[in-house]
Design a protein. Structure first.
Lengths: 306, 183
């Protein structure tokens, strides 16, 4: 069964079979990453443009690596210093790049919906690498892959996402994907960080971390945007850590084996204590490695679909 | 629907063919000391296991067996109608310096073997790669030949060969099928 979609814009409304296919295909690419020569030829002759209108290091590197390991040709593009700063529209920028005969576009943009718009105005396959506070589908896919790798399944597991849910595209994509795959999903954070009516997505809401820990299998810890949010969404970094920081002591008290995830970059001893981040139950670095495999799977499946 | 034209190999003949291939491999390599077995997915994997267990039985050794999924190395990947499913390569041992016995069920155009050779060489530098196939049906499109052949079968390229193995199909047989009838 081929993928039923030409683009990867988000996990909202994505079919379970498509998610399953991406996760299963990524297993093969994960194996490639363990080889002495970590490169395979299936995308030879394909050209992929990485259009990053918003800063990103790890997602961009991960996509670039995935593209190169599939033998695709890679075009880099960032908004700073480009014609975007001269006032060119997104559509014109994309069409100009496409005129150079590219096959796929990977885009990060600060505006929610930008990749959806792009998919309508260009011929290439579009992959959303994060659009505003909306979705970050490949991050959620790699999170699901990592959970499945560690715990053997997704169905029936209880996953909690803790942090600033309101502004998090990672949280949204994870909620959509995990719900589709049959997991139970909770969110946890101060009321200022939980969007109203989020229960409508079928998730449970907790405001106290100690209430949710004894019930869950996986804790996905979101990064706190120190520079932006301290004093606005919570009184101080120290207070956030006291109330929501994931610490060894809290985990021990919960009395459960909980897999710890974080999309990075981590703020040690703010949302997660250093010893927890480095502990045996932490799969943070596996997430990074699996991210390359997941992106290879997505690129491969879109490129080989006619 | 394709119709059966002839049965080329039955249960007993399969047994004997596998045994002969195993002995030929042992004779050429002067024992099983340096050989590893790699089967090409899907049917080649089962033929590989059979040959390997025969060698193990004769020599009293345990062989390393791996499986190759050549999908990522196909030369028609970007033009294909149906998206091929990736089942994954599983070679959990070092092939450097080894004599790799590469095994497939049917040798036809040679394109699968070209892909397999490229993939194997990305995995290491074996001392040699030797090809064993259950059926060689001719019609090569690349300069490739097998070192060990179960049976040479002259075919027309409109016909097809079906290899059945107990593990998947419930029986051991090789069947020659008539060309597909126009609808």
């Amino acid at each position: 069964m081929p993928l039923s979609t030409r683009h990867l814009l988000g996990l909202d409304g994505m079919k379970r079979e498509d998610i399953q296919l991406i996760l299963d295909t990524a297993v093969s690419f994960r194996e490639v990453l363990d080889r002495p020569i970590k490169k395979v030829p299936p995308l030879q002759g394909k050209t992929i443009a990485n259009m990053f209108f918003e800063n990103s290091t790890r997602t961009r590197l991960s996509f670039e690596l995935a593209e190169r390991r599939l033998s695709a040709d890679v075009l880099g593009f960032s908004a700073t210093g480009s014609s975007v700063s001269k006032g060119e529209t997104l559509k014109d920028t994309a069409r100009n790049i496409e005129a150079m005969k590219i096959d796929m576009v990977v885009m990060r943009h600060s505006a929610a919906g930008a990749p959806h718009y792009l998919a309508k105005v260009i011929e290439s396959n579009v992959i959303n690498a994060g659009d505003g506070g909306h979705e970050h589908p490949t991050q959620a896919l790699l999170d699901m892959y990592t959970i499945r790798e560690k715990l053997g399944r997704l169905e029936g597991l209880h996953v909690c996402i803790i942090g600033d849910i309101s502004h998090s595209r990672v949280a949204r994509s994870n909620i959509y994907g995990l719900k589709t795959m049959g997991a139970r999903v909770s969110v946890c954070g101060p009321a200022t960080m939980i969007p109203r009516e989020i229960e409508n997505l079928g998730v449970e809401v907790y405001h106290h971390i100690d209430d949710v820990l004894p019930r869950i299998d996986v804790l996905n810890v979101l990064r706190i945007q120190l520079e932006r949010d301290a004093g606005r969404l919570f009184p101080s970094i120290r207070e956030y850590h006291n109330f929501y920081g994931v610490t060894r002591q809290r985990l021990d008290k919960a009395g459960r084996e909980i897999t710890i995830m974080h999309p990075g970059p981590i703020n040690r001893d703010v949302e997660i204590s250093a010893d927890v981040a480095d502990s045996e139950n932490s799969v943070i670095l596996q997430q990074v490695l699996n991210g390359v495999a997941i992106r290879m799977a997505v690129l491969y499946l879109l490129a080989t679909k006619n | 629907m394709r119709k059966l034209k002839a049965s080329l190999i039955d249960e007993q003949a399969m047994e004997r063919t596998i045994a002969r291939l195993a002995h030929e491999i042992l004779e050429r390599n002067k024992g099983a000391g340096n050989i590893v077995i790699v089967g090409i997915r899907t049917r080649g994997e089962f033929v590989a296991r059979r040959i390997a267990s025969k060698i193990e039985e004769v020599e009293g050794v345990t062989l390393k067996i791996g499986t190759l999924d050549i999908t990522l190395y196909r030369d028609d990947l970007l033009g294909k109608l149906e998206q091929p499913e990736l089942k994954g390569t599983e070679i959990l041992f070092d092939i450097n310096g080894k004599d790799v016995i590469l095994i497939d069920d049917v040798l036809y155009t040679g394109r699968t073997i070209r892909a397999a050779l490229d993939e194997l060489i990305d995995l290491g530098r074996p001392r040699s790669i030797q090809l064993a196939v259950l059926i060689d049906r001719g019609h090569r499109q690349l300069p490739i030949r097998a070192d060990y052949v179960g049976k040479n079968v002259p075919t027309s390229s409109a016909e097809s060969i079906r290899v059945h193995v107990r593990e998947v199909d419930g029986e051991d047989a090789v069947l020659l099928m008539h060309p597909e009838l126009p609808e």
